[in-house]
Ligand binder design. Structure first.
Ligand SMILES: CC(C)(COP(=O)(O)OP(=O)(O)OC[C@H]1O[C@@H](n2cnc3c(N)ncnc32)[C@H](O)[C@@H]1OP(=O)(O)O)[C@@H](O)C(=O)NCCC(=O)NCCS
Length: 221
């Protein structure tokens, strides 16, 4: 994962008179990353996990796994008045979701041996709507802003920061995926991303009530 903060410290943005600091996360941010990543699961996560409670438990466990792709080492945070209000997980070495022994153990703990069978069926539907990350792209895997702090430009600032890192790292393409139901698409379009692929699946729609997912890219050349 490359984060291009040239001086290894932080970038400062001014949003409507408020000071926003964007910096790499540290281990002590883990609890807050858990809250922002897993605390308010949407229809997709709840539908795939089978319930909102299980989505929260699974998301929490994912962030806390050692060397987790959702852990603090892979996370950049936005801080306002000393409180972390947003997170972004982005980089040039994104791997599409892999089933590791740690993940299976976590799933067994939360869903039990019987529950894991139906979970796998739902996960397969989720994987079917997941477009492949383009080779060599700087990929935004996750972006979340505290519900109380949304619509102030924090998500946009996190995206801009990721783009600056991508450019500093010499990347020519940025990518992300989002569900077809997510209003975040407008945010991404405002920042120059466009939809290049749409994947839908009837089973995925049955579980989540969402048609599918988009792949969106931004050319940095
Ligand atoms: C998407 C998200 C990170 C945007 O953060 P933000 O700080 O509110 O972003 P900004 O203030 O820079 O921009 C606001 C834009 O977010 C989008 N948005 C608004 N409400 C949203 C919601 N509930 N969920 C997702 N996106 C939303 C809109 O495009 C909005 O701009 P618009 O009103 O002009 O269309 C934030 O809404 C969020 O955390 N949503 C839940 C998690 C999520 O959906 N993450 C993206 C997964 S692909």
């Amino acid at each position: 994962m490359q984060h291009g903060f040239a001086d290894a410290t932080a970038s400062v943005y001014c949003l409507r008179m408020e000071r926003l600091t964007i910096r790499k996360a540290s281990a002590s941010d883990t609890d807050r990353i858990v809250e922002l990543f897993a605390g308010d699961p949407g229809d997709e996560a709840s539908g795939i996990a089978g319930s909102r409670e299980k989505a929260i438990a699974f998301g929490t466990g994912m962030v806390r796994l050692p060397e987790s792709p959702q852990g603090w080492r892979q996370t950049v945070v936005a801080e306002m008045d000393g409180l972390v209000v947003g997170i972004i997980m982005a980089g040039g070495d994104h791997k599409d979701m892999r089933v590791t022994p740690q993940l299976v153990y976590l799933a067994l703990r939360i869903f039990g041996p019987l529950g894991i069978i139906s979970l796998l069926r739902r996960l397969r539907a989720r994987v079917r709507v997941q477009p492949k990350t383009p080779d060599g792209a700087y990929h935004v895997a996750e972006i979340d802003v505290d519900p109380a702090s949304r619509n102030k430009g924090i998500g946009g600032a996190l995206l801009e920061n990721a783009e600056a890192e991508a450019r500093a790292g010499g990347y020519r393409l940025m990518s992300l995926t989002t569900s077809t139901a997510n209003p975040a698409r407008r945010l991404y379009e405002r920042h120059g991303f466009r939809v290049v692929e749409t994947r839908t699946d009837t089973a995925y729609k049955r579980y989540t009530e969402i048609d599918g997912r988009y792949l969106m890219v931004k050319d940095l050349r």
